[in-house]
Design a protein around this ligand. Sequence first.
Ligand SMILES: C[C@](O)(CO)[C@H](O)COP(=O)(O)OP(=O)(O)OC[C@H]1O[C@@H](n2ccc(N)nc2=O)[C@H](O)[C@@H]1O
Ligand SMILES: Nc1ncnc2c1ncn2[C@@H]1O[C@H](COP(=O)(O)OP(=O)(O)OP(=O)(O)O)[C@@H](O)[C@H]1O
Length: 322
Amino acid sequence: MLAVVPPPVTVRVPAKINLHLSVGDTRDDGFHELTTIFHALSLSDEVTIAATEEPGIEVHGEGAKSVPTGEDNLAWRAMKALASYAGKSEEDTRVRLVLRKGIPVAGGLAGGSADAAATLVGLSALWKLEISRDELARIAASIGSDVPFALYGGTALGTGRGEQLVPVLSRPVFHWVLAFDERGLSTPKVYGELDRLRADGDPPRVGSHAPVVEALASGDPRQLALLLGNDLQAAAVSLRPGLRRTLRAGVNAGALAGTVSGSGPTCAFLCEGAESALEVAAELAGAGVCRTVRVAHGPVPGAKVVGGEDANRPTPPPQVHA
Ligand SMILES: C[C@](O)(CO)[C@H](O)COP(=O)(O)OP(=O)(O)OC[C@H]1O[C@@H](n2ccc(N)nc2=O)[C@H](O)[C@@H]1O
Ligand SMILES: Nc1ncnc2c1ncn2[C@@H]1O[C@H](COP(=O)(O)OP(=O)(O)OP(=O)(O)O)[C@@H](O)[C@H]1O
């Protein structure tokens, strides 16, 4: 008898920026203790997962050539981790992953993590696993610190190495302009550069995240603009000094404030509204300080099935962790 082949599943997954990123001490496992506020943006990747006789990965779109297509692709690692959790045999795990990238590679926007999260959600649907988002988040954390947030999206406080999440109330909607750089930056190198800068002196640190939480609840972009902060920014700028010009150019173009996202080099500019974001984007695009610009808004939901049988299934709300 012929086996029934399930139809392919497509998942859309957002990029993140860090509205606040406080980097603490290095832990025994080599990771830094973080307090961060993640914010999911309308810039996204799509991952299509199909059962196939020709397993593998295909990558299209933004930066596709620099994305690995073997076992070190984070989406493939996510497939392996879920297969092992679900006790799937080698034969059951013959899947083809097609990544359509809108999120630049090594941009500080957690694109690889997003693909891993999308793969967890898509495969759960393809394999019809009864698995909660919280259980998926535990598997996600074993793949990378940013992966759990991509499952939930929205706005969330991240602690630990960034994988422990609590949702944060954020009024819709904030408007952003993103400036992509010519080349990416390696996340471990940026953390290493911060350690070096701290060993040489003590670069200023961002304060408490509490005022940022209040500004998000108020929905006032002017209030939020005063509070954007990232301890990794000094390290990213030290490795890529041109980012200073980019940050200045965004504010000169009319943004309320700019920040390096995560480990960079993408700069995110908060704008007064949708119209202002379009104006800032146009002016920044002509300033010759970055490869390209995009407008985006946030917060948006996390990884979500958009094609295939489960497309209309509602996304469960994030759970509050104690
Ligand atoms: C910069 C951020 O994007 C901010 O959200 C994240 O902290 C990075 O998260 P990620 O890319 O998922 O990082 P992982 O894949 O977990 O770790 C990559 C490397 O980043 C450094 N790393 C990451 C997270 C963390 N809390 N401390 C660290 O020092 C470590 O050198 C680690 O080996
Ligand atoms: N699916 C994937 N998409 C992009 N890069 C991937 C993927 N899988 C593995 N990688 C590797 O991971 C590296 C980091 O890519 P990624 O786009 O996730 O960086 P990032 O956005 O700076 O990450 P983060 O913000 O989480 O630190 C890339 O240089 C690439 O070699």
